[in-house]
Design a binder for this molecule. Structure first.
Ligand code: SF4
Length: 230
């Protein structure tokens, strides 16, 4: 069943036991507390959001329907212990749930990057959820599903992508309002690459003495920001 708040045109109907995929590739994890670890990325097709600064607009397309067994085989062939399920918005496709469970059963350390507008309640509890809270600069902050914050486990992470000082102030307010400090999970403050100077963000974090983690996307420094499949 498709999510009820789907606000875009669905131009494919997933086949049973298949997931529409944009790409599967090995790299090093570019962000979160897992930064630098060899990871297989499974990028699912389609997104219900349209963030102003989106760096993966190529994931908006239809992708290719790939059998779950084939996905797991490719993950095995790449041989990374970490697997990151990402998008697009991975939770738009219902077969992502059995895929994540199968990968956990097989002993992989699975993380999920989600845009935060769809419920995470059906995600296997062994999966590390990296939950975006969309700030006003994204143009998508009214899509945040706040109930997701009540579902977080201690190993999960909350990510704010910040376009400007207004986003930073807004994120700080959200952290205070929802008492996100001292909950045990990592709070990631990530400057939009090429838009917000990381030096400014570090200065603000230190000035406010807040226990958040600066989250830079290291793949954009290792390769060019436009490089795909890394
Ligand atoms: S949620 Fe992610 S993929 Fe979707 S528009 Fe925003 S940044 Fe792009």
């Amino acid at each position: 069943m498709l999510p009820s708040d789907l606000s875009y045109t669905v131009y494919y109907l997933p086949m049973p036991d298949h997931i529409n995929i944009i790409e599967i590739f090995p790299s090093v994890q570019g962000e979160s507390t897992l930064t630098g670890l060899p990871t297989t990325f499974i990028r699912l097709a389609a997104c219900n959001l349209r963030c102003t600064w989106c760096d993966t607009t190529y994931s908006f397309g239809r992708g290719t329907a790939v059998d779950l067994e084939e996905i797991v085989k490719q993950v095995k062939d790449f041989g990374c212990q970490q697997v990151c399920v990402t998008g697009g918005e991975p939770l738009l496709q219902q077969n992502v749930y059995p895929l994540m469970t199968e990968l956990c059963d097989a002993g992989y350390l699975v993380s999920l990057e989600t845009g935060g507008s769809l419920s995470t309640t059906k995600v296997d509890p062994r999966v590390r959820v990296i939950l975006d809270i969309k700030c006003p600069g994204s143009g998508m902050h009214e899509k945040n599903l706040w109930d997701n914050l009540t579902q977080l486990k201690s190993q999960d992470e909350v990510k704010f992508v910040l376009l400007h000082r207004e986003d930073y102030d807004w994120a700080l307010e959200v952290c205070h309002k929802h008492q996100l400090f001292n909950k045990g999970f990592a709070l990631l403050f990530s400057p939009v690459h090429g838009k917000l100077n990381p030096q400014d963000l570090v200065k603000w974090i230190l000035e406010n003495k807040i226990n958040v983690r600066l989250n830079l996307q290291i793949h954009k420094f290792i390769w060019t920001p436009e490089t795909r499949g890394v």
